[in-house]
Design a protein around this ligand. Structure first.
Ligand code: 5AD
Ligand code: SF4
Length: 438
């Protein structure tokens, strides 16, 4: 038997791409993964189109593979993910050495596409097929894996925020059926997983087919809560308008659901929120957080912000700073608005880039201040830590707290996958230090 061919996958962008990359590697069964492009027989870039910079990275990365391809003409180069979806054949026009372009909804066809490239064909598939890719993909391997896993339960978006490409690259909102999600979760647990993060572009809009109707995300979480051996449940990313009462309540009553919620608001200005087509106000968002905190007082909030959205004034930006002050985010991600072709906001008057840079810096300074303060407030508290891997020092293990902070502990005999109670004793630059309680 000849040695298996080697596949190098590079993943950009969101957690869903991380999940998709796993599934694509599994689909390409004739290959084993390598962590360097140098010895690969196939290179696959799983790309992100969310901002211009992310999309441009793909072309510069492809440029770097030119030499490899010249040395090794049999090397196959593929582009997957959201840039593939958005640009299709254009990618091959700009980089003719690309053999294969596959969108996020058609990658179950990868094996057959890959076979065609061996006859010298250039293959592009950016369909939104009728069939469900997850049903067509091979069953997942049984190999052991680490203690945490992503699990896509919902894809696509029907909200059409004026800045966002996702409805165009990932397509309309679709939820996976409940029994498939539960079976995959049970399977992951058998393979050693103790924490799942349910993924969706609008995960809290989940409405998966179930016996006798459709289930909401809260119902799905409660069913996952019953799986023995699964210890922690998280989900991301959510839209404020889809936080229903049952989901809010679950944060207070479902013990495996972790006290962390990523709930992007994008701006604190009602005028800008309206221009963004967000269909909520700053006030309604703040009241929603009040209700979530009433259900789970220690919940750690996380969010996303865009600064320099077209027509954003200093007063609008000030409203964003005010909202951030009021919420006190444990984590928050802020981005300078990036014009995405084909989206409504692309046609509007742009903010001066120097002004947008300045706002980004001011917002990030405020976010960092809160993030640090909240991390420091963990000192002295007791919480669960799920250990994932050895730390840099001998005898050290690193894991994530219930609130998703990295925690280092020095202790004999700890294994990846151990979930232990820990007292936090120190807050460092990017992580906490803890001591085992039991
Ligand atoms: N420009 C900048 N940031 C964007 N995001 C989405 N689209 C854009 C854009 N055109 C940000 C939003 C979203 C996160 C995933 O990326 O904040 O929540
Ligand atoms: Fe990037 Fe968004 Fe696509 Fe994820 S869904 S890969 S973040 S464009």
């Amino acid at each position: 038997m000849s040695a298996p061919k080697k596949l190098y996958i590079k993943t950009y962008g969101c957690q869903m791409n991380v999940y998709d990359s796993e599934r694509m590697a599994e689909a390409l069964a004739g290959y084993e993964q390598t962590d360097t492009p140098d010895d690969a027989d196939m290179i696959l870039l799983n790309t992100c189109h969310i901002r211009e910079k992310a999309a441009e990275k793909v072309y510069s990365e492809l440029g770097r593979f030119k030499g490899l391809k010249a040395e090794k003409p049999d090397l196959k180069i593929g582009v997957a993910g959201c840039v593939a979806q958005a640009e299709g054949e254009e990618i091959m026009r700009r980089q003719p050495m690309v053999d294969l372009v596959v969108g996020p909804q058609s990658y179950h066809r990868l094996p057959e596409m890959e076979a065609r490239t061996h006859n010298g064909a250039k293959v592009v598939d950016t369909d939104f097929p009728e069939e469900d890719k997850f049903e067509k993909l091979k069953t997942r391997p049984k190999a052991k894996r680490g203690p945490t896993a992503f699990l896509t339960v919902q894809e696509g978006c029907d909200k059409f925020c004026a800045f966002c490409v996702v409805p165009y690259t990932r397509g309309a909102e679709v939820s996976r059926p409940v029994d498939r999600v539960l079976a995959e979760a049970r399977d992951l647990v058998e393979r050693g997983v103790r924490e799942v993060t349910l993924l969706g572009q609008n995960v809290n809009a989940y409405h998966g087919a179930a016996q006798g109707g459709e289930w909401t995300l809260a119902q799905l979480i409660w069913a996952l809560n019953d799986i023995d051996g699964l210890e922690r449940i998280r989900f991301t990313t959510s839209h404020p308008n889809d936080m229903d009462d049952a989901l809010i309540e679950a944060h207070g009553t479902c013990d495996k659901l972790m006290p962390y919620l990523h709930l992007p608001v994008q701006s604190g200005s009602d005028r800008i929120l309206k221009r963004m087509n967000r269909s909520h106000t700053a006030e309604s968002y703040l009241r929603l957080i009040e209700r979530i905190r009433a259900a789970r007082p220690d919940i750690l909030m996380s969010g996303d912000f865009i600064v320099g959205f077209p027509e954003e004034t200093e007063a609008d930006f000030q409203a964003t700073l005010d909202l951030v002050e009021e919420v006190r985010y444990g984590y928050a991600y802020s981005f300078k608005y990036s014009t995405r072709p084909g989206t409504p906001a692309a046609e509007r008057a742009q903010v001066d880039p120097a002004e947008a840079d300045d706002r980004l810096q001011r917002l990030q300074a405020l976010i960092t201040r809160d993030q640090r303060a909240i991390q420091n407030e963990m000192v002295g508290r007791e919480m669960g830590v799920l250990f994932e891997k050895p730390g840099r020092k001998p005898g050290q293990m690193v894991g994530k707290s219930d609130y998703l902070h990295a925690v280092h502990v020095q202790a004999e005999g700890l294994q990846p996958g151990d979930l232990r109670r820990v007292r936090i004793v120190e807050s460092g630059a990017n992580s906490l230090r803890g001591e085992l309680l039991d």
